[in-house]
Ligand binder design. Structure first.
Ligand code: GAP
Length: 474
């Protein structure tokens, strides 16, 4: 395994929020709620609240923009969650998409072997070894009972298609979006008349019956992926891999993730997924350790060859430039929308002392922030001020998420917006009625600028544009 030299010892990272702080802020401010909470909740499923859905939509939009909108060589797709069951036989998921499960002989609790204390660093080969639990003397972490030998537990959810619940009608909830892109390779390539190299990208729900989900939205049983499959000539796959990897790492940095909390980790040969020739994870240093944020994989021609064999459909690509026919190799960039949103949330969390009080803010990139601007009255008792606020807010709303709030004094209103990451606040005061100007406050610097009402939208858009230019590096 190799670790990239991405760690910059001189980079001073803001102190990291602990998980409880983020979970509590998420609930209180409406980012993420436990699913079915009034029934006691359901493990490993989370619901996105009014602000969370904005954040996640913005994350997905940012990904779509960089993967499709700004490129000529990648097209979008939205394939079904349910697919022909043979897709999952061909892909190898029915046979080998599994984790090592051990069971306590006394309390019957089940654990993922590689998450037991002391077993975290076992190699993939050791995790498949029947004798490993006994050899290491591993015991149940809850009641110290004896643990079984590991067995492979398939992570795919099954259900039945149609009214008859029998073996022949089993279908799976997809565990990755990638296969939808592979089975549509010819459809997408021919309908969009793309030549290699070209990619298919999609965002959508995936499902995995994880043995030990947890850490908030980090590992869930229902989650959303943002995956791009890049089809290339076999001899170009290695170079394309090396191009996509830094590009994907740069995406997280561009949207503000602290560079010293990002690193690359290459999979050891015995750790590689059944389809992968090479895999490198973009990892983030979560409060619970370095964990995968995104996987970049060289999948070779495994997937298209298997689907060709199983379906009988020729999935070769004809290269008009060389008159050659071949099965393309695939370089995949597979990210999680929930993990990315979680990362932006936790990484942007700031606490600082301001005039003897703790100011909490989310230093989210303006493109990711749920609300771009809040319009606030200094005096809510003056109807003309409130009226002007609504007129400004209604005009802003045509172009961006804007909100009006008058339920507290101005200092508290600012703090509320800081805590949900709103980059700009517009304040209307008594002077505004005279001079037609309002105050534009910046979340991060807390500086305030007086701007004519008619120029406020432009001023915000210019600042948003400047933040975008910083992404493009220009
Ligand atoms: N198509 C390849 C693939 O699915 P993966 O590494 O298993 O690769 C890709 O998944 C990404 O999907 C991960 O990096 C992670 O961000 C997200 N992901 C996977 N399992 C998840 C889970 N149980 N909960 C939340 N996100 C998950």
């Amino acid at each position: 395994m190799t670790t990239s030299p991405e760690l910059d010892p001189n980079a001073v990272a803001p102190s990291m929020a602990n998980l409880e702080t983020i979970v509590s802020l998420s609930k209180r401010r409406g980012f993420v709620f436990p699913s079915s909470e009034i029934y006691g909740g359901i493990n490993a499923v989370w619901d996105y609240g009014p602000l969370g859905v904005e954040l996640k939509n913005n994350v997905k939009r940012a990904w779509w923009k960089s993967m499709i909108q700004e490129r000529d060589d990648v097209v979008g797709l939205d394939a079904g969650i349910l697919m022909h069951p043979n897709v999952w036989v061909a892909s190898g998921h029915v046979g080998s998409f599994s984790d090592p499960l051990v069971e306590c002989g006394s309390c019957r609790r089940r654990f993922r072997l590689d998450e037991l204390p002391g077993a975290e660093d076992l190699s993939a080969t050791e995790l498949r070894d029947d004798t490993i639990v006994a050899r290491m003397g591993l015991r149940c972490p809850v009641d110290q009972g004896p643990l079984s030998a590991p067995r492979r537990f398939n992570l795919m959810f099954k259900t039945y298609m149609g009214p008859v619940e029998e073996e022949a009608n089993i279908v799976y909830l997809r565990p990755e979006t990638a296969q939808g892109s592979y089975v549509n390779f010819k459809n997408a390539q021919q309908s969009s008349r793309k030549k290699l190299p070209f990619g298919i990208a999609q965002i959508g729900k995936s499902f995995r019956n994880e043995i030990s989900p947890g850490n908030f939205v980090f590992r869930m049983r229902e989650f959303e992926q943002m995956e791009m499959q890049y089809f290339v000539r076999p001899e170009e796959a290695a170079d394309q891999f090396e191009t996509w990897l830094p590009r994907r790492l740069a995406w997280y940095k561009a949207y503000g993730v602290t560079p010293s909390r990002l690193r690359l980790r290459e999979h050891a040969p015995d750790e590689l997924a059944h389809y992968a020739k090479k895999a490198v994870d973009v990892e983030y240093r979560f409060p619970f350790g370095w964990k995968e944020l995104e996987g970049v994989h060289n999948r070779g021609n495994f997937d298209l060859s298997r689907h060709s064999e199983m379906s009988g459909e020729n999935l070769e690509y004809f290269d008009p430039a060389t008159n050659e026919k071949f099965i393309p190799f695939i370089v995949e960039a597979a990210a999680g929308a929930d993990r990315a949103a979680f990362t932006f949330l936790i990484d942007s969390y700031r606490e600082e002392e301001v005039r003897g009080e703790t100011r909490v803010s989310l230093a989210l990139h303006p493109d990711l922030a749920p609300y771009k601007v809040a319009v606030l009255p200094l005096l809510k008792k003056r109807p003309e001020i409130v009226q002007l606020c609504h007129a400004i807010k209604d005009d802003l709303k045509r172009d961006m998420m804007a909100v009006y709030d008058d339920t507290a004094a101005i200092g508290k209103l600012y703090r509320r917006q800081d805590e949900i990451g709103t980059p700009f606040c517009v304040t209307v005061d008594v002077d505004s009625l005279e001079d037609g100007a309002v105050t534009l406050r910046d979340r991060d610097t807390m500086t305030q600028e007086r701007i004519p009402v008619e120029g406020i939208k432009r001023a915000i858009q210019d600042r948003m544009e400047a933040a975008r230019r910083a992404i493009a590096g220009g």
